[in-house]
Structures are given as C-alpha cells and as structure tokens.
Design a protein around this ligand. Structure first.
Ligand code: DGJ
Length: 727
C-alpha cells in the first residue's frame, strides 16, 4: 500500500519509490500540506505546522484562535474569498454574486483504480499497483463538493492529480478559477525553470531564482502555445543535472493554461497550475460536476536529469499510446519544405521513387492537396482531393507510393476554416467569433467552433472519409493559428466564458473519435511546429512536430529544452536542406542527421536534389537509426552539455539494462588553440567494460567519472556520434 491514512494524526501519506507526499486534516477542518520530498517514514509531521498571530491574517469564521490563519498555513487546495490572500486554486461566485469559498475536510476514500477524467486526456495505469486517494472538501454555505484525486505512480516517482467540483446546492454557481493542483512549500529557496519561446524557437530553458511576489506563466491563446510550455521545474539552488532536489510539474492540457508561483510575506512558496482563469467562467447547475485537467508531478533528489527521466518514463508508459506497428517509428519523408504548395501527383511520385531507393519507409504529403489549396489563403474545411493536382485521385496515388515499398501519410488541419472556402460560405457561424465584431484573421484562417456538436460531427466524418478512402498509415494533424474573438453562436450570453474550454474538450473528443477509429494509423501532432507540444496532445498523438525550424544548431536548444519533460520518442525531428529555410544557416549533412536521429526521424527536402555523397549519407543515417531506434525510443536520456552555456551540446541515451548507449556531441562554434573536450557519460555500470564505436574499450566507472576524450572539432557546427556496447 503506497497510500496510507493515520486516523490518530489525521495524516495522509503518499509514497513513491523515492518520495513521500504528506498532508493532514488539521484544526478547524482545513486540509494542510505537510511535506513533499525525499522518502520518509509515516511519522506524525504535525510539528511542521507553524502557528503564529500575524496582523492582517484573518482567522476562520467564528473562531477566536488568533494564531490560526489560512493566509499562513500550507493548504492542499486553496480557495479564494474567506481568508487566504495568496494565489489560489479555486474561486466561485455564488447565486448572490459573492466570491467566497471555505473548503473543509469532509471525508476520503482510497480507491484501487484511477477514475476516468471525463472528456479529458489523462495518464493510465498498466501493470503497476493502482492506488488513488480521493479527499472530499466541502463548503457548507453554498454546498459545493470539491474532490481532490491523487494517483500514485510508484516506480516513476510521480503523482497525478485532478479535481472534481460538484454543485450539491440548488442554485447555479459560477466557477471563476479551477486549477488542477496546488503545492505549498515552507521556504523559498528555489530556482524556477520554465520553457518559453516563439515560433521556430520553442521551449528555451530559463532558470531564475524566485522572489517575493507572483510569477505567472500562461497562455491565453486557446492552445498551450510556442510561447510558454505548460510545464515547470522548481529546483533547489544547488540542483544540477545529477544532484539536488527538484520538482517537475506538467499539465495534461492543450488549451489556455496558467501556472502561478508566489513567494509570500512569510517566505513560503506556493505553486498552482491549471486552466487559465482568463476567459473562463463556468456555470455549474444543481448536481453538475466540473472536472479539471490532470496535473503530473515528480520529485527527485538526484538532480533535474532524474526529473526528466521520471517524466519520460511516465509519459512513455502511462500516457502515450503508440500503435503496435509503430512501436519503432518508420523513417519518413515529408513534402513540405521540398515542395511547399507546388506539387502534383507526378512530382510526388518522382520524389517517392528516389526516397524509396534510399530506404525511406513512409511518404508524407503535406499541405496543398485539397480544395483549391495552392497557397495558404484558401480551402481549409474543404476536405476533398484537388483533382487538378492529385490527378488520378488519392487512392491511386497511395497505391503507387505503396508499390514503391513505402507507406503513405497525409497532412490535415481539421480545427480550421478559410474564409475563402465552401465550408465557410455555407456555415459562417461555425467559426469562433463575436457576433458584434469582425474577427481577426491569422494566416488567412479562422478557428472552427469545436464547442458545437454539428461542427464536431462534420469534421469527424470528413476526416474519416479521407482516411477511409485510401490506405493511409500516418496523419500529421496541424493547427496554425491561435484563438481570438472568443464567442460561440450557439451559447447564450451567460455561457460565453465556457467557450475556450468547451472548444478544447471538443478538439479532444474529435481526436479521440478519429484516433480510435483509425487505431493503426500513426498520428503526429503539430501546431506551426511545436506550438502545442504538451502532455494533453501526446495522449492522442504519440509524436509531435517539435519545431518548423530544422536547423540543427537551433534544434540543439529546442530539443534540449523539450527534453526536460518530454521523451525523445515524442519529438518529430527531420533533416532539411541548406541554407536552412528558417535562419539561412549552412551545416553539414552529417550534423543535421546526427541531431535528428534522436527523435521520430525523417527527411524534409527534395531528395532528387541531393548529391551522390549526400545520398550515401542518407542510407548510412537510416541504417544508424534502424540499428538504434529501439534504444533511442526506450532508453534513459541524459543531458551532458548545455548549449546555452557550453558552446556545445551533448547528450546520451542509455538502455534500461545499461548494456548499450548512444552519445552525440555537437560543437557549436569552432575554437582556436583549444584541446579536445573530455565529457563524462552517466548511467553506465561501473564494473563493466564498454566498447566504443568498435574501436576501443573503457570501463563504465572511467566513462562516468573520468570521461571520454572526444576528437578535436575543426570548423563550426560539427557533430560526433559514439555507440557504446558492454562487452
Ligand atoms: C505548419 C507546419 O508546422 C509545417 O510543417 C507545415 O505542415 C505547414 N504548417 C503547412 O501549412
């Protein structure tokens, strides 16, 4: 049993392999957070609670206990309005318009399952012990029941949390904020690590100390966004990759989100995370329940690297569902940067012939195959084949590609509509819009209103028809604008605050239906590159296009930042042409290949234009990927050099049994008068001898502690790859 309740001390303990999470029902019935950190025994921890009379800290209603204030105690799920002025997880307007909630413990259950989060993506148990703690909190005045759920993933050192809010009263209440979790710490000795960016430069690592005040990380874009990823790590100031305490938190949500991190007047730290309260106001009628998205968190005392490996294992084993056939990913070629909109079936077949000769396994036809789509101005929503381009139809094209020994994949952007489309002419009200405003346009497109059943049904059937019309093995599901002018023509004026969340629930519903109908199809998520790279999407789509920027040097930073939470198997990584289309940089074909090999690997260029030497390299890269994709997709990932600091990046993937490893080193700018670098390779077995690139042998202990002497790099942007095998 990893969940325990001590009735004498009213304390709950959640244990994972290396961590303990403790909370207690304390004075006045509040649920306080006691401890989250390195594993400890189930002892009475109430001594950790600190009571003191501090001015301007309100006491509970009807109490004369001046030393007790919910503004000062660590709370499991803080509510706004009745005494706690810090950032809060929940706020509700009652039928009088009052904003107040006073949540007290009502009861608990230990469940031997993980309750389903209705309509939302979430982690699932496989063979591990299934244990969930349900704690009920209640507000007596307005009869609101708040159930907190904690599911323990023992081996992964992780806990999944969510909340269900039920209106047990008779009147409508309005939920103004409903975050998924809260973590209170009794100190502020943390650095906060966030992953922020922009289109083409997603998930750049930031690490800053936290200070008195409130730091908010959010997206108000209706998507998790390129700008801020829904994940953070709180690290002790001395934590590095291999040592020190850290806490990772990630939301399983793809819509507008927020993380609030507050350092209070008492130098305590509070973190809450969940749906962004901006543009969110949810009506809850008598008997109705609202479920928050899931938040995942993990603790490690062995550095930030271990947090990443915990998350990689959790997401890979308990969230991502890869079709059996694609447990090992195929090498693909995508038509986008090679052709953009300029193609027809003849051209595609010629590229495919060359790609097949190079052993590429999957041909993906990107944007431009439907409606009248010859540029980005038109046709989203008109999901029928453009016979002017795909002259003998999709079925015929797919059969031709298959006859070359390749599988076929297709690009779609189901959530969008072009104002210049047949669909929009028929149903202008199907787009998200405000009735009294002309909507803003982004990439010449509008967002379909997935809060509407008719829209969801139509799109589900249209996309299914395409997928049924030919033998399609892969789908790239794109999403190329953020949501503005939030309004739905089917909802009344009191419900417009529900549109954004209803929309993302609708997106999930459609994704669920389509991915369940086409279980053997490999889906790849995309949003103008990595603009929706989150755990919510990974539940439906096992891999996500990490960025439109395929320059291997920019990718060092992007893949470095992404790796803090997300495993290599989830990142789409392609070799593109030079000069790079995003930044004009020229790099070696080898470097482009080496950096891309650590993900869902492929090519995105016109292979007909490659030189003889480059084609030889393509074959070698594919062989390398085939030999090591199992290791790369399933092994333990170690960041070794930090591109932000070291003018180089290096990382390694070590197999779970530690018998083999693959290591990549990339020099950014070349340095004059310098010695070759020596880097230490973690994760190996001390007493074993490893053969490196079949050339020389070094013990695991020496590689870990003394390191590996690399070759000197001459020239910018050079890469080296090493394969280590236990002899
Ligand atoms: C954005 C994606 O990130 C690209 O890879 C490509 O699919 C384009 N959209 C197509 O419009």
């Amino acid at each position: 049993m990893n969940i325990k309740f001590n009735e004498k001390t009213n304390t709950f303990y959640l244990h994972t392999k290396n961590s303990t999470y403790a909370m207690m029902v304390e004075k006045h019935g509040y649920l306080s957070h006691l401890y989250y950190g390195k594993k400890i025994v189930n002892q009475d921890l109430s001594y950790l609670l600190r009571y003191k009379e501090i001015s301007f800290s309100p006491n509970p209603p009807g109490s004369i206990d001046r030393e007790f204030s919910i503004n000062l105690i660590p709370l499991e799920y803080p509510a706004f309005g009745c005494g706690d002025f810090r950032v809060f997880s929940i706020s509700i307007f009652d039928e009088n318009g009052y904003e107040g909630l006073n949540l007290k413990y009502k009861g608990h259950k230990i469940l031997n399952e993980k309750p389903e989060l209705k309509g939302l993506p979430s982690t699932f148990y496989n063979d591990e012990a299934k244990e969930t703690l349900e704690i009920s909190l209640y507000d007596e005045t307005i009869n609101v029941l708040v159930n907190l759920y904690y599911s323990v993933f023992y081996e992964k050192d992780a806990i999944a949390r969510h909340v269900v809010i039920t209106n047990m009263g008779q009147n409508i209440i309005k939920i103004n904020k409903a975050h998924s979790m809260c973590l209170d710490f009794n100190h502020d000795e943390f650095d906060l690590m966030t992953f922020s960016g922009k289109h083409g430069k997603e998930r750049m690592l930031n690490r800053n100390s936290i200070n008195r005040g409130i730091f908010t990380l959010d997206s108000k874009r209706g998507a998790s966004s390129h700008q801020f990823n829904p994940s953070i790590i709180l690290a002790s100031k001395d934590a590095n990759e291999n040592m020190g305490e850290s806490y990772g938190i990630a939301l399983v949500y793809s819509g507008s989100f927020s993380f609030d991190v507050e350092v209070s007047e008492a130098n305590t730290t509070r973190v809450t995370a969940g749906i962004n309260p901006c543009q969110f106001l949810w009506n809850l009628k008598q008997g109705e329940a609202f479920t928050t998205p899931e938040a995942l968190f993990s603790y490690s005392n062995d550095g930030v690297g271990q947090i990443s490996r915990n998350f990689h294992d959790l997401l890979r084993d308990n969230l991502i569902k890869r079709p059996l056939e694609y447990k090992l990913p195929p090498v693909l070629i995508n038509s986008w940067e090679g052709c953009y909109f300029d193609f027809d079936s003849d051209k595609l077949i010629k590229i495919a012939e060359e790609a097949s000769a190079l052993n590429i396994e999957l041909f993906v036809m990107d944007d431009g195959w439907f409606g009248k789509r010859n540029n980005d101005k038109t046709s989203l929503g008109d999901w029928y084949v453009n016979k002017g381009k795909i002259t003998s139809g999709l079925y015929d094209l797919v059969e031709k590609i298959k006859s070359l020994g390749m599988k076929f994949g297709i690009w779609v952007e189901p959530e969008m509509v072009s104002p210049e489309s047949e669909l929009y002419k028929l149903h202008p009200d199907w787009a998200i819009h405000m009735k009294n405003r002309e909507p803003s346009i982004s990439r010449n497109q509008l967002v379909l209103d997935f809060s509407r059943d008719d829209v969801k049904e139509y799109i589900t059937e249209e996309i299914s028809n395409i997928l049924n019309s030919a033998d399609i093995s892969y789908v790239k599901w794109d999403m190329n604008r953020h949501i503005t002018d939030v309004g739905s023509s089917l909802l009344d004026k009191n419900s417009q605050g529900e549109v954004l969340h209803r929309h993302i629930l609708g997106v999930y519903e459609v994704m669920d239906k389509i991915t369940s109908r086409f279980k053997n199809v490999l889906f790849e998520g995309c949003s103008g590159g990595g603009g929706r790279f989150d755990a919510g999407m990974l539940y439906y789509m096992p891999q996500i296009w990490a960025s439109d920027n395929m320059d291997p040097i920019d990718r060092l930073y992007i893949q470095y930042g992404t790796s803090f939470i997300y495993p290599p198997c989830s990142m789409g990584t392609h070799v593109a042409t030079v000069p790079n289309h995003s930044n004009g940089r020229i790099t070696d074909f080898k470097t482009r290949g080496d950096v891309s090999l650590f993900g869902a690997f492929g090519y995105e260029l016109d292979v007909r234009k490659l030189s003889y030497d480059e084609k030889t390299l393509v074959k070698e890269q594919i062989d390398l990927f085939h030999n090591h994709r199992k290791l790369i997709f399933n092994g333990d990932y170690y960041r070794i050099l930090n591109p932000f600091r070291d003018n180089a990046s290096a990382w390694a993937v070590v197999s779970k049994d530690k018998h083999e490893a693959i290591l990549c080193f990339v020099q950014i700018l070349s340095e004059v008068s310098t010695l070759p670098k020596i880097i230490k390779i973690p994760g190996l077995i001390d007493d074993e001898i490893y053969e490196i690139n079949k050339e020389y042998r070094i013990s695991g202990a020496s590689l870990k502690n003394a390191g590996l002497n690399l070759e000197l790099c001459f020239g910018d942007f050079k890469s080296q790859m090493f394969y280590l095998k236990k002899i």
